[in-house]
Design a protein around this ligand. Structure first.
Ligand SMILES: C[S@@+](CC[C@H](N)C(=O)[O-])C[C@H]1O[C@@H](n2cnc3c(N)ncnc32)[C@H](O)[C@@H]1O
Length: 245
């Protein structure tokens, strides 16, 4: 099985206890981080939005509350995550679609904004994922990514790593019921780019105003970038050369 398939099966296994395990591991702060990410996106009340790698749909439902006259599509490749998401959903302006974030079944320039929460580390190819997100955004629309990161302060980073690589696998075994999955999840941060490099990858994928804010001393970052409203001719050539047009 390829890496994507292994990751999908792992999320299938932990889906039913995912929300509870998350709340225990973050002492419930994760909910406020998702709301902050949606503040950064600042969607219009009638926007058509995409929540990528939506899992159990926590962020999807928050987005839908912020766009009562709009429409939100939650995408995930784990059928069990989507089963939980659909069971928890009571909003009429949400739709859940099973798909791979690297190959979205949507037309070019069809969304007014997109989010991704705690998932980018799992993508087999982050650069490809960013280009695919840019493809489905309308010119002028933004993508906001909420993800665990690497705190710049060495002491704080060490303390965080003690929790992340020590306590999280333990809690994952006890609360999440799957030791292997919660050993993998922290490991997925090891090769993930730090905040500056990730912002650079946003820019390389063709996002304008690529920037980030750090939360909790950089344990979590919110990256954002906008698909340019209009691309100058010279820029368009450069983007084509970079394979992002
Ligand atoms: C850690 S969970 C995050 C769920 C949710 N966004 C949240 O904030 O709680 C990661 C999710 O990403 C999904 N995922 C990972 N890679 C994916 C891909 N290539 N395409 C679609 N979904 C993916 C997994 O199935 C899982 O539901």
């Amino acid at each position: 099985m390829d890496k994507g398939g292994v990751v999908r099966e792992m999320f299938d296994r932990i889906a039913r206890r995912y929300d509870l395990t998350n709340s225990v591991m973050t002492a419930g702060i994760d909910a406020s981080w998702r709301r902050k990410a949606i503040d950064v996106l600042d969607p219009a009340v009638d926007a058509r939005l995409l929540d990528l790698c939506c899992g159990t749909g926590v962020m999807t439902r928050d987005l839908a509350s912020r766009t009562p006259n709009g429409h939100v599509i939650g995408v995930d490749f784990s059928p069990v995550m989507l089963e939980v998401a659909r069971a928890k959903n009571s909003k009429s302006n949400i739709e859940f679609v099973q798909a791979d974030a690297l190959h979205l079944p949507f037309e070019n320039e069809s969304f007014d904004g997109a989010t991704m929460g705690f998932s980018m580390r799992n993508l087999v190819d982050v650069a490809e994922g960013l280009r695919e997100i840019r493809r489905v955004l309308r010119p002028g629309a933004s993508f906001v990514n909420l993800e665990i990161s690497k705190p710049p302060n060495l002491v704080w980073r060490k303390m965080f790593y003690l929790h992340f690589y020590g306590v999280v696998p333990l809690l994952g075994r006890i609360v999440g019921g799957d030791a292997a999955a919660y050993r993998y999840l922290p490991q997925s941060l090891v090769n993930f780019p730090d905040a500056d490099r990730l912002a650079g990858m946003f820019a390389a994928a063709g996002f304008e105003h690529a920037r980030y804010i750090r939360l909790l001393g950089g344990i979590v970052t919110i990256h954002s970038g906008m698909r340019p409203a209009s691309v100058a001719v010279a820029d368009s050539g450069r983007l084509e050369q970079a394979g992002v047009a």
